[in-house]
Write a protein that binds this ligand. Structure first.
Ligand code: 5RP
Length: 229
């Protein structure tokens, strides 16, 4: 296993510390969050612990189901969750996140805001001084009249492109599109999030301002580091 994979497993293992029998747990999306889902399913079997889980994407829902984890039957009208464990594309020193690399940012935000604690699992490469330093900001927009929504976003970002996969426009689980935006250096993430949210046609941004409570950074040697916000 390469050292980055090892670090992602270490972060996922670190998040198990927050899990208790009977919890309602939000399951994130991405290559780090899916490792946590695997470990959670193992824990449930080993200890005969019961969880009720809320997935942040169809991909994670399938993974959880296949591993025998119970999903909340009232989804998507789920109630308050104890914790959510999710990855991030970037995290700044204040715990602000960029998310949405996997296109699940809207559900991820719903689940995070409905959780008592958001635990972020990352490897060292995700730590940045300013959001936007290493990753373009995903912004979810309605498919209707998407070109004019992009024109509204344009003054706030350096450049942007509509997300495509295999030559086709990428469509989110909610049927929306995603615009990946290159940010101006050292943009204020909270202000930018608010400005973009105010634009007609913007559904949600991938900035998670002051939502994360804990960040577990997995290390290549199999250990992990914890920060609280
Ligand atoms: C998906 C996300 C993911 O959490 C983010 O892309 C991190 O993924 P990975 O752990 O694979 O790097 O926001 O929408």
């Amino acid at each position: 296993m390469d050292s980055r994979e090892e670090a992602k497993w270490a972060a996922a293992r670190g998040a198990l510390e927050y899990v208790q029998d009977g919890m309602h747990i939000g399951l994130g999306t991405g290559s780090t969050a899916c490792k946590f889902v695997e470990l959670l399913a193992e824990l449930a079997k080993e200890k005969n612990w019961k969880f009720v889980c809320v997935p942040t994407s169809e991909v994670t829902a399938k993974q959880a189901r296949d591993l025998g984890l119970k999903l909340d039957g009232s989804y998507p009208d789920f109630g308050k969750l104890d914790i959510v464990v999710d990855g991030a594309d970037e995290i700044d020193p204040h715990g602000n996140l960029t998310k949405g690399g996997g296109g699940a940012l809207l559900r991820e935000k719903y689940v995070a805001l409905n959780s008592g604690k958001m635990i972020v699992v990352v490897d060292e490469a995700k730590h940045v001084e300013h959001l936007g330093d290493t990753f373009k900001l995903p912004v979810e927009i309605v498919a209707f009249a998407w070109t004019s929504t992009m024109q509204r976003i344009a003054p706030y970002v350096k450049s942007m492109e509509l997300r495509k996969r295999d030559g086709k426009i990428f469509v989110t689980d909610q049927g929306n599109y995603i615009v990946d935006c290159e940010l101006y250096a050292a943009s204020d993430p909270v202000q930018l999030h608010e400005q973009l949210k105010a634009l007609t046609g913007v559904v949600e941004t991938g900035i998670f301002p002051h939502i994360a409570n804990v960040c577990i950074t997995g290390l290549a040697d199999g250990g992990s580091r914890k920060q609280e916000f």
